[in-house]
Ligand binder design. Sequence first.
Ligand SMILES: Nc1ncnc2c1ncn2[C@@H]1O[C@H](COP(=O)(O)OP(=O)(O)O)[C@@H](O)[C@H]1O
Ligand SMILES: [Mg+2]
Length: 474
Amino acid sequence: MPDDWTELYRPKSLKDVVGNPKAVKELKEWGVSWESGIPFKRAVVLLGPPGVGKTSSAIALANDMSWGLVEMNASEHRDGESIRQIAGRASISDTFTSEGEFLSTKEGRKKLIIMDEADNIFGKDDYGGVPALSEIVSKTKQPLVLIVNDFYALSRKSSVIKEKTLQIRFNKIQTATVKVVLRRVSADQQLSVSDRVLELLANNSNGDLRAAIHDLQAIGMGNPEIKEEQALMLDNRLSAKSNYDLMAEIFHGTNPLRAKNTMRDMQEDPGHNLLWIEENLPHAYHEPEDLKRGFDLLARSDIFLGRVSKRQYFRFWAYASDLMSFGVCAIKTRPYNDYVRYQFPMYLMKMSRNKANRLVRSSVSLKLGTSCHTSMKQATHDILPYFKWLYQKNKDFRLATTEELHLEQEEAAFLLDSKVDSSAVKHLIQDLSKKRSGESDEHDLIPVKLEALPQAPKVERSNEETKQKSLFEY
Ligand SMILES: Nc1ncnc2c1ncn2[C@@H]1O[C@H](COP(=O)(O)OP(=O)(O)O)[C@@H](O)[C@H]1O
Ligand SMILES: [Mg+2]
């Protein structure tokens, strides 16, 4: 059984595809029309946003019709040569099964050729993919499905494709429908989830069923009783869109300077960005050399961040930031154009989950106690009340201690007697980043000679959940 719930619950038959009834019906009719010979439109184009069942419907059609399947992903094979190799061969030969067995034409099972992410063929660089595809679209003896997000890019490049294909549009899945699917999945996984949580997840998905199931798995796996905070945490994740933009600039962009500027404009702390880049690097880059160099740069950034924390020397922040943004963007040996669904860092997700069960007060006291060489208990009684008073009254004190004690947002909110997303906390975050950029700006452009870096002490990552660490230490 697949681990990935989106795979596990992929519909096997068109009957199981939820939403988009008109599209599903049209697809079915087109499939059935192949039973009485080659139809006028030999190819269909399924178009629409991600996660609404385009690929699943194509596969389900093949199942329902008992057709074989030839799948190709156009992001990997987008030149004319490989399109002819794979789709072309499958589309002319109707006498072999996909296993290579000989069959007479009459007996020969049909094969559905699915070309996923076909937009990629119509990108800026044209490697002869468009003519090859146009030819196959008009001549194929086997049913062909092209899957695209943006049909207009495709049809502008080829009038043949526009005229000779049947275009079927899939729309976003309605929130109520997403909720129904999520409830079914939860029941099957024996999760206890409140209606409110399902609603939050469904609303967040913005009509993307894959994303919704994915989110449910992210908070539900190994956690049979999902709490509302956990769903709310995903809410924050989606509103933090800039993280996704940054990933796109770094991994898919070709302009390292833009990647660097995007990261600077986000005003996130570099430890946070490092976690994001680290989580997504292996999904985005495929060449071993690129992965190696990418992780090498991240390791170096991590060393700098460790030194910031140890020595309170904030200039290293700029080095770390440049290595992970400019650096990781610049080292790729080829452009990557395939679609990647960027992931929220697992580490942060785990932290937030644990944090929900932890008393913020004790974590603040622990930090105070450690810093003042006294016990947590004593810190709670003797120091915390005064500390809190000062923290609320004096801005300089607040900024300095937030950094020194590596206080996290929840802890700062606790000390300010306000909510995590209150304006008081937002101001604090703004002031902190202003303070930091003031400290690191002038050194922004100093080049770093990678090979000449001295050996740094090992930066240890501890997963101890009892010990609260700040992101700045990563
Ligand atoms: N309409 C749908 N009905 C049932 N499941 C769906 C539907 N759309 C998406 N899913 C779920 O999301 C996953 C990804 O869907 P997929 O067909 O690959 O979307 P798309 O090709 O439109 O991006 C499926 O494996 C399934 O779990
Ligand atoms: Mg798809």
